[in-house]
Ligand binder design. Structure first.
Ligand SMILES: Nc1ncnc2c1ncn2[C@@H]1O[C@H](COP(=O)(O)OP(=O)(O)OP(=O)(O)O)[C@@H](O)[C@H]1O
Ligand SMILES: [Mg+2]
Length: 479
């Protein structure tokens, strides 16, 4: 048992570890993705800064060529320095993230641009002519081309980074949707798995319990697939079912013995008559042995034989009834079961002054059942009725088809004391009795109920205090 519960715990822990690892994996992926997006965003900022500064450079450079003011050249150089500082500050990141490795060329181009600007500045300061008389068309063209290529590189770079960020965002979104779908599926699967782990065997046990309540003691099949964890529980449960079945058999047998005890006085009386007759006839034969006719003696001996056979039939009936045999479900005539049972209580009926009225149609279909068990059903009911009529009365037994020929219904009605309304719900409970101590065990109706359930039949009681009782027994007809 300990081992089994450990197995269940291990499975649940494994299922949850799996879920936890999946969540962790997803968290790591998203974290990495966010970090990457953050890095790229910072880089886009740098790229934008570069572009803006380069545009400034271009503006001052153009101003210089347009208005020929050395201050503009100076400003342009200042911005070039800023671009250089910016680049050098972020060089490793730029190199790492670059796709086409343009960055070294960018830097060299920047240096070349700076050099050209510085040379231009130097040539102006050396020149003696007024500045507006100087010709800048050659450096102007080369500076324009270099600045444009720098702007292109920085612009492309910013654009590429933006595209990459866009791509990363989309990837993160897909990852989120995929993870969501995955978690939903995994969650449902784990929930199903865990519920199957517990509920499937429990449902099977519940079904088995319901069957037991209906008198079916079939053990739960211990197949490996479902009940690995519950195998020891199922085994114990099946052991309990076997025990219950054995106990039920013992109870039925005990009831038989107790029933015999109940009608012992009747049996004694019934046996007493033939035995008395035998003794009296045998004594008469002995006394008159020499004097009587041979024919008369033979008649007396015949009498003794008949009386002996009667006594032996009574004993055979009793033995038959009390014998413990495995129930055998065969085609059984309810009429003959009732007839034989009435024989057993014949003397009880006589002693109590109860008159029997039997109305069983000859065409009543057979039922599938065990003869002895069914005999016990009716014996319990007859004895109860006789006990309810200590001063005589009527025992009316009627049989008819019911449920459109699907079952046979037997009603056993007596004119006895009847049952209290508050007792009627308990009469089928084991050990429920209203009889004084030593007179009743309270098992008769509970055993009757159990036997009928085993046969797929039912029993109902209808009674009003003081107005007798009717028991309705229904048994499915033989198929
Ligand atoms: N025909 C009946 N008329 C009136 N009461 C009845 C009748 N049949 C059963 N009962 C009531 O139902 C109770 C339970 O019956 P059940 O046969 O189970 O036990 P019991 O007769 O008391 O004892 P046991 O049958 O074990 O000797 C009885 O004690 C009695 O009060
Ligand atoms: Mg009884």
């Amino acid at each position: 048992m300990k081992k089994a519960s450990f197995k269940i715990r291990r499975k649940i822990i494994l299922a949850f570890i799996f879920c936890f690892l999946s969540v962790l994996l997803f968290a790591i992926f998203s974290f990495e993705s966010q970090r990457e997006i953050g890095r790229r965003l910072r880089l886009v900022e740098v790229a934008d800064d570069l572009v803006n500064n380069l545009l400034e450079v271009r503006r001052f450079e153009k101003n210089f060529f347009l208005y020929k003011q050395p201050a503009s050249l100076h400003e342009a150089l200042n911005h070039v320095d800023r671009v250089e500082a910016l680049y050098l500050k972020h060089e490793p990141a730029i190199r790492n993230l670059s796709k086409d490795k343009k960055e070294p060329i960018f830097y060299q181009t920047l240096l070349c641009y700076k050099e050209t600007l510085s040379e231009l500045q130097a040539s102006i300061s050396k020149e003696t002519r007024p500045i507006d008389k100087m010709d800048f068309s050659a450096p102007e063209e080369s500076l324009r081309i270099i600045a444009q290529s720098l702007l292109d590189v920085a612009g492309t770079w910013a654009k590429e980074e933006r595209d990459r960020i866009d791509h990363l965002f989309r990837r993160a979104l897909y990852l989120f949707i995929a993870a969501l779908a995955f978690f939903v599926v995994i969650g449902i699967a784990v929930a199903f798995y865990i519920s199957r782990l517990f509920t499937a065997p429990l449902v099977r046990m519940q079904q088995a319990m319901e069957k037991i309540a209906q008198g079916d003691f079939t053990p739960i099949p211990e197949d490996q697939r479902h009940s690995e964890e519950f195998a020891p529980l199922f085994k114990a449960f099946n052991r309990m079912i076997n025990e219950l079945e054995e106990r039920q058999e013992q109870l039925v047998q005990a009831r038989k013995i107790s029933a015999i005890g109940t009608f012992t006085s009747g049996i004694a009386h019934e046996l007493n008559n033939p035995v008395n007759n035998i003794v009296l006839t045998a004594e008469a034969l002995k006394e008159d042995f020499g004097s009587i006719e041979e024919q008369e003696a033979l008649g007396m001996i015949q009498d003794i034989i008949i009386q002996s056979e009667r006594a032996s039939e009574i004993i055979r009936n009793l033995l038959d009834f009390s014998r413990s045999e495995k129930p055998e479900m065969i085609s059984t005539s309810i009429s003959s079961v009732i007839g034989d049972t009435l024989k057993l209580v014949r003397n009880q009926l006589l002693l109590s002054g109860v008159e029997q009225k039997v109305d069983l149609p000859a065409d009543l279909p057979n039922v599938c059942g065990d003869y002895k068990s069914l005999q016990q059903v009716f014996l319990n009911l007859f004895i109860n009725s006789i006990q309810a009529m200590p001063h005589g009365g009527n025992l009316i037994i009627k049989g008819a088809m019911a449920d459109a020929g699907q079952s046979v219904r037997i009603s056993i009605t007596d004119t006895g004391e009847g049952i209290d309304p508050e007792d009627i719900h308990h009469i089928f409970d084991p050990f429920f009795t209203t009889k004084e101590v030593g007179k009743g065990t309270g098992l008769g109706l509970s055993v009757t109920y159990g036997i009928l359930q085993k046969h797929g039949g039912t029993i109902e009681a209808h009674s009003q205090k003081g107005q007798g009782a009717t028991f309705l027994v229904t048994l499915p007809t033989e198929k």
